[in-house]
Design a protein around this ligand. Structure first.
Ligand SMILES: [Zn+2]
Length: 310
């Protein structure tokens, strides 16, 4: 597939206290690795206009995040929950991440094809319409979905969340919008505690695939083939969106799955196949978690490379 990167260098401006797992070095590690992958285009993300956030978030939530950033001084932080903090420049990083996701949707829809990877932090899939949580401020993938549906007029999108944590924020979107199918493979029990198989949304548009600690390549791939692929085929998405977290890697310190970079290459091939079959080869992936930098970099690299070879 034709592949491109939308890069958000403003990711570096979201600085967190020493020892926080979601640190700026994650961005640098992935960026350095992706520079070795041949892609057709490498774009720089622009900040999303604040109005665009209202397609998923409440005005109060957006104000709360932006005010907290304004309140945080140089080298200081304001906490939005126990592990979600902002510094003075976090708003620029978060708005640029959203802007990158919207830009990727614009390009694949306008070009009529293309697999884009949005390199940005902080991640977004835990952010709910009215709440920042789990390191996430604004939900990039949910906003990308709304942009595709409401601005470009696509009839349907499917979001596949391969982060090891359940994308509770993104699920909120599917709970209220039947045009969205949300499919998540995640460790359970684990933060944030949502994502039971019994949460099925509107006419089954939510497919949660909880898997136990210790899940490795064979079981994860089997679950993807048995549950995610049939759900994708049923949904027939006009655009495939991917919450591309790489914290299901065996080296990740925050979770207990045992995948490796070959699994991310494999799943990229599966997702590209669905995008080709139903969505005119239109696919947008947004970086979510992944907290062991070498494993994160190798995994993101393998994922993007496999999209290009698919
Ligand atoms: Zn995660």
């Amino acid at each position: 597939m034709k592949t491109g990167i939308v890069d958000s260098p403003a990711s570096l401006e979201h600085r967190l206290p020493d020892g926080h797992p979601e640190h700026a070095g994650r961005y640098s590690a992935v960026r350095e690795a992706l520079e070795t992958v041949p892609v057709s285009e490498w774009l720089t993300a622009e900040q999303a206009p604040v109005e665009a956030l209202a397609r998923f978030h409440t005005v109060e939530h957006v104000d709360r995040v932006l005010s907290a950033c304004a309140e945080a001084g140089e080298g200081e932080w304001v906490a939005l929950d126990a592990d979600t903090l902002v510094c003075g420049l976090s708003a620029r990083a978060a708005l640029s991440g959203v802007g990158g996701a919207l830009m990727a949707v614009d390009r694949t829809v306008e070009d009529g094809e293309g697999a884009w990877f949005v390199l940005a932090r902080p991640p977004g899939h835990h952010a709910e319409p009215d709440r920042a949580m789990g390191f996430c401020l604004f939900n990039q993938i949910a906003l990308a979905a709304k942009h595709a549906l409401d601005v470009h007029g696509l009839p349907s999108v499917t979001i596949v969340d391969i982060d090891v944590h359940h994308g509770n924020g993104t699920q909120c979107l599917a709970e209220t919008d039947e045009r969205v199918t949300f499919i998540s493979l995640h460790q359970a029990p684990l933060y944030p505690g949502t994502g039971n198989a019994g949460e099925t949304g509107l006419n089954g548009n939510i497919v949660n695939i909880p898997l136990p600690e210790g899940t490795g390549s064979a079981d994860w791939r089997r679950a993807f083939e048995a549950e995610a692929l049939p759900a994708l085929r049923r949904a027939k998405p006009a655009l495939v969106l991917v919450s591309a977290g790489f914290d299901a890697h065996r080296n990740d310190p925050l979770a207990g799955f045992a995948l490796d970079e070959n699994d991310y290459a494999w799943v990229a091939g599966q997702l590209a196949g669905i995008a080709r079959e139903f969505a005119f080869s239109r696919l947008v992936s947004v970086l979510e978690g992944g907290y062991d930098c070498p494993a994160l970099a190798r995994s993101a690299c393998a994922f993007v490379q496999a999209l290009g070879e698919a």
